[in-house]
Design a protein around this ligand. Structure first.
Ligand code: CUA
Length: 416
């Protein structure tokens, strides 16, 4: 622990959640503002404390004589109006400059657009310009959850929104916080200049599992990104059962998962994704106005319950190649998959995924079948190389792996 504290000051140390470790022009701008405010605050602090100290010593009570009264002093009134105004101006000008600069960077058509949808409690990433199936662009975009890959050099524009509650999308080393608000398309722009893994988290309390709404942005070399897209589009090698080895049929045990999870390239293709209620593909809109609008558009739709719905779960395509499961909570290992399937709500309190095992809907054998299947969700020749250990960026091993949860006695520690 002491080593960690001491090393916290070193420039070489990996600080994935630190907002004072900028990695691109945008976060450097924010860092500059932070420094200006820090030094201004320090000067004010020292000034005020010195004045208090001076006054207390210089004008301490020595006798019964009443000291000179300064109430209504014009000089003083003017001084303590102008000084704060000047300080505010000094802070305001660079802030306004940065706000306009960053807003301008969000403009332009040549962006790498990704829709980011804050769910309870995980993140869906939808690659607007990358069709899931290049031969059938109407089939929707490439979709993934909690780990977004980005080709290096891309001018990324995340379109951040929600169909449930308000979250806050934050990758401290890439950009500032962006509110995730139902019905709003809030931009978060940055240039993916340095390859590496960038850690993000939800920065606004959004319910029981708010603290377990982590994600990663991986900036990878372009050829590795292309490999990843190809791998994503490649149907899984097997259903986990070597006897049938059917690439399209999901195993029978997956039947309980179908309503919420998709696996592209297989027959697990019924679950809804994206913005149910806002895009109009299912019921469950955000509020009564939205409900009225949807009803008016489609009189045949079922009666709409104007209630917040958590919506379906993450797309599981290429799941075996993700680093973590349950939105950054557990390392992606067979043991943890089993733990997650068997003790879902114990691992992540408040989670919407039903605990089918404890409910008796699936047994041990079926859990094993599911774990094997989930482990098999990768191309036959293995997971795509993300190319992240070249180019002098953050090697994964340097990141601290700890599980701060009180009940972490069993299972594997969190992979950060
Ligand atoms: Cu989502 Cu906090």
């Amino acid at each position: 622990m002491g080593v960690v504290l001491l090393s916290g000051c070193g420039a070489e140390v990996v600080q994935p959640y630190s907002h004072i470790a900028p990695t691109n022009g945008k976060t450097e701008d924010i860092q500059t503002l932070y420094k200006i405010i820090f030094w201004a605050a320090l000067i004010v602090f020292i000034g005020v404390q010195s004045a208090i100290l001076y006054t207390a010593l210089r004008f301490r009570r020595r006798n019964e004589e009443r000291p000179e009264q300064v109430h209504g002093s014009r000089k003083l009134e003017i001084a303590w109006t102008i000084i704060p105004a000047v300080i505010l101006l000094v802070l305001f000008i660079p802030n306004a400059q940065v706000i306009f600069k960053h807003a301008a960077a969000e403009q332009g058509s040549d962006k790498f657009d990704i829709d980011v949808i804050g769910k309870q409690w995980w993140w869906e990433f939808r690659y607007r310009d990358i069709p899931a199936d290049p031969n059938n662009p109407d089939a929707g975009p490439l979709v993934t959850a909690n780990e977004a890959l980005i080709p290096v050099g891309a001018d990324v524009l995340f379109h951040v929104t929600s169909n449930n509650v308000i979250h806050s999308f934050w990758v401290p080393q890439l950009s500032g916080k962006v509110d995730v608000i139902p019905g709003h398309d809030n931009p978060m722009q940055f240039v993916a200049s340095t390859p590496g893994e960038y850690f993000g988290e939800c920065a606004e309390f959004c319910g029981a599992a708010h603290a377990w709404m982590r994600f990663k942005v991986k900036v990878v070399p372009e050829e590795n990104f292309d490999t990843w897209v190809t791998a994503w589009r490649t149907p899984p090698a097997t259903d986990g059962n070597p006897e049938t080895a059917d690439v399209v049929e999901v195993p029978p045990a997956f039947g309980v998962c179908l309503a919420c999870h998709r696996v592209n390239g297989t027959n697990a293709a019924v679950a809804l994704e994206g913005m149910p209620g806002l895009s109009g593909y299912i019921q469950g809109p955000l509020d009564t106005n939205e409900a009225d609008a949807v009803s008016a558009d489609n009189q045949q739709s079922a009666p709409i319950d104007p209630q917040i719905v958590p919506g379906p779960g993450p797309n599981l395509t290429l799941l075996a190649c993700r680093d973590t499961i349950a939105a950054g909570l557990l390392e992606n290992t067979p043991e943890n998959l089993e733990r997650w399937l068997k003790h879902t709500d114990e691992v992540k309190e408040g989670v919407y995924m039903p605990n089918y095992y404890e409910q008796g809907s699936i047994n041990d054998e079926q859990v094993t079948e599911l774990v094997n299947y989930l482990q098999s969700l990768k191309p036959a020749d293995g997971c795509p190389d993300e190319g992240l250990l070249v180019g002098g960026q953050v090697p994964r091993e340097e990141v601290e792996a700890t599980d701060p949860r009180p009940d972490s006695g069993n299972g594997t520690p969190i992979a950060q």
